[in-house]
Design a protein around this ligand. Structure first.
Ligand SMILES: NC(=O)c1ccc[n+]([C@@H]2O[C@H](COP(=O)([O-])OP(=O)(O)OC[C@H]3O[C@@H](n4cnc5c(N)ncnc54)[C@H](OP(=O)(O)O)[C@@H]3O)[C@@H](O)[C@H]2O)c1
Length: 376
């Protein structure tokens, strides 16, 4: 039985993680849950999974939970997430909040020598060098939940495979794959949220429409698997059946296939290196599948190129890109700017930034804070 902590239990990844845990309740037990504002859903989760600890964003809501569950320990805020990560007796921390709030807690779980099942993008994008160094020092695994990185791990067989030559990360291309730049100017929030294959949180869905998400995944793959950027390729695959592939020295390509569902990579991160019968067993048939692969159009989606460039520059550049992009995406979601304004805002911030090499975690957070404050 593995004891699990989920940061972001009320979100898209968090809810699906609990579905996996419920299906495999003889193998996984919930030790702690953390969420932001969705206290009603958290209460339902507490009733069902009986965690010993929870953490919420707002201190004022603690009594609301205490009234119904008086023998549960309740923490709050970023400090509360860090306290959860420091609990001695658990096996896996699932890092699945959006944004930067769980980055320090995830680092703390690594220092506590716990396995991290990582969905949160910001952790490796902002602080990849620091996080990976800490994971090596503490001999802990960071197991990806993202379907592409999970596919790569499954093809590699182990995190360091000396015979692998290149990583190929697939991208569905998002809802605007076949539209012109002229048409993209007029895209609405509703259209951007209409992802052709995946059902996800709003912010990541917009990142799929701009292809920023794919650039962030390239940065994550660079850190997770220690590959140079030159050996990580993006390939458009509209069907989202192949979740990524690895090219080996001898010319073999190994791909991982399945239905586009996060349940499979979530379950693999929890069960690694084992495989169990789960929610999505028997969900895919290879008959009559059409598989297409194209090179991405970097001119139509300039943020894909810019995101990868920021990854290559290292320092605070990925954090600046991430913060500017997140601020711009939320402006778009609130109806304050147009779809193509997202790239204008991000590009302007990147052009104005003087990079800092080898920043510490506080410098990265400060760079992030300044951009968010400016673009609020
Ligand atoms: N969704 C996917 O399929 C997918 C795939 C790959 C990677 N990812 C990455 O995984 C992460 C989560 O994505 P998502 O789509 O699941 O996001 P989401 O649906 O927006 O969920 C975010 C979760 O974080 C919680 N949260 C927000 N602020 C918090 C705070 N201050 N303290 C504690 N918890 C807080 C939210 O709580 P409340 O809802 O209670 O406020 C919610 O549980 C993102 O980094 C995303 O890029 C997602």
């Amino acid at each position: 039985m593995k004891n699990i902590i989920i940061l972001g239990s009320t979100g898209s990844i968090g809810v699906q993680t609990l579905e996996v845990v419920e299906k495999l309740s003889d193998k996984f037990n919930i030790k702690a849950l953390a969420c932001g504002n969705n206290i009603e859903l958290l209460k339902e989760q507490i009733k069902k999974f009986k965690p010993e600890f929870v953490c919420i964003k707002d201190k004022n809501k603690i009594n609301d939970i205490k009234k119904e569950f008086n023998n549960i320990e309740i923490y709050y805020g970023e400090e509360g997430l860090i306290k959860l990560a420091q609990i001695p007796d658990y096996d896996i921390l699932v890092s699945a909040t959006n944004g930067i709030v769980s980055v320090r807690a995830t680092l703390e779980a690594i220092k506590n020598k716990k396995t991290v099942a990582l969905a949160n993008k910001e952790t490796l994008v902002m602080a990849g060098d620091i996080v990976i160094k800490e994971a090596r020092k503490n001999n802990t695994d960071i197991l990806p939940i993202d379907s592409e990185h999970s596919a790569i791990l499954q093809c590699l067989g182990k995190i360091n495979n000396p015979f692998a030559k290149r990583l190929w990360i697939t991208a569905s291309g998002g809802p605007f794959l076949n539209n012109t730049r002229e048409e993209m100017k007029k895209f609405t929030v509703k259209e951007a949220l209409n992802h052709p294959r995946w059902s996800m949180g709003k912010k990541i869905t917009v990142d799929c429409a701009t292809l920023v998400n794919k650039g962030l995944e390239v940065i994550e793959a660079h850190h997770l698997y220690d590959f140079d950027y030159e050996n990580i390729k993006v390939v458009i695959h509209p069907q989202s059946i192949v979740h990524s592939f690895v090219e080996f020295n001898d010319g073999s390509f190994l791909a991982q296939m399945g239905v586009p569902s996060m349940h499979i990579p979530i379950q693999y991160a929890l069960s690694y290196p084992n495989r169990f019968k789960g929610i999505k067993s028997d969900s895919f048939s290879p008959f009559n599948q059409k598989l297409e692969f194209f090179e991405p159009d970097y001119e139509k989606f300039p943020l894909l190129k810019l995101t990868i460039e920021c990854g290559k520059e290292k320092g605070i550049m990925p954090a600046i890109l991430n913060a500017a992009n997140e601020a711009a995406v939320y402006k778009f979601l609130r109806g304050e700017i147009s779809f193509l304004d997202i790239e204008k805002i991000v590009t302007k911030e990147i052009e104005k930034t003087n990079n800092i090499q080898d920043p510490g975690i506080d410098e990265i957070f400060e760079a992030d804070r300044l951009i968010r404050e400016k673009l609020a």
